[in-house]
Write a protein that binds this ligand. Structure first.
Ligand SMILES: [Ca+2]
Ligand SMILES: [Ca+2]
Length: 233
């Protein structure tokens, strides 16, 4: 009888430990050039960088992952499906994912850049893609910041945290930031609302010299329940 009771306790404990945790996955969906930044050349060169940063219940930054897409050219009125299979010079934007800490939160951030220095940008993107979806410990800005960070600062700090020593902020002297977007997910809200999918539409408009640009961009956050398992990198 006693053995059965102990077994029962063991099963209960195991069931508790195995309770699924939530994973958030960011995938850029599409980008459309309603109006180009460089009207004279009749095309823009685009690059996108995105990140997920997680915070625990005590509001401490615990992990960050990065992703990148580009450099790809786009023409006026063209819409690119960022999840379509590779074709010609177009490639999909790979999703990134991170565990949502219990009673914590995740900040998803994305920036869209119009590239002026093409070869420099390609090198930057090669570095970002090398560390794609690798979980890093937050450093510097993410740990010390008490004020609200812009999406660009989140992405930039995420890249620094991976140790590639990349300063996206500095690079923007040569290239142009078309827009930045961020969304925050609180674990308690997600569980309460049983959220599984969030589509974030972003409109990036502005002026560069005499050109006014207008970009429409969508990205998705998918929430999945996963069993806890050892992390293999
Ligand atoms: Ca430009
Ligand atoms: Ca350009």
């Amino acid at each position: 009888m006693r053995i059965i009771f102990i077994l029962f306790i063991l099963i209960q404990t195991t069931a508790c430990v195995r309770q699924p945790v939530l994973t958030a996955e960011l995938s850029p969906r599409s980008v459309k050039a309603v109006n180009l930044e460089e009207t004279i050349t009749r095309r823009d060169e685009l690059m996108m960088a995105y990140s997920l940063t997680s915070y625990d219940a005590a509001n401490k930054a615990v992990a960050v992952v990065n992703g990148g897409w580009g450099v790809e050219t786009i023409q006026k009125d063209q819409q690119l499906d960022l999840q379509a299979a590779p074709s010609g010079e177009h490639n999909p934007a790979k999703p990134i994912r991170l565990t949502l800490p219990r009673n914590g939160r995740i900040v998803a951030s994305l920036v869209l850049i119009e590239v002026d220095d093409y070869s420099q940008a390609r090198q930057t993107m090669a570095k970002i893609q090398k560390i794609h979806n690798i979980i890093a410990l937050p450093a510097g800005l993410l740990l010390t910041a008490t004020e609200l960070l812009t999406p660009l600062k989140y992405v930039s700090a995420g890249l620094v945290a991976t140790g590639v020593g990349l300063q996206l902020l500095d690079k923007l002297d040569e290239d142009d930031l078309l827009g930045q977007s961020s969304v925050e997910l609180r674990e308690a809200d997600v569980r309460k609302k049983k959220q599984q999918f969030i589509r974030v539409p972003a409109i990036f408009t502005g002026q560069n010299l005499k050109d006014s640009f207008d970009y429409r961009l969508d990205y998705d956050i998918t929430l999945k329940a996963v069993k806890i398992q050892p992390v293999h990198q």
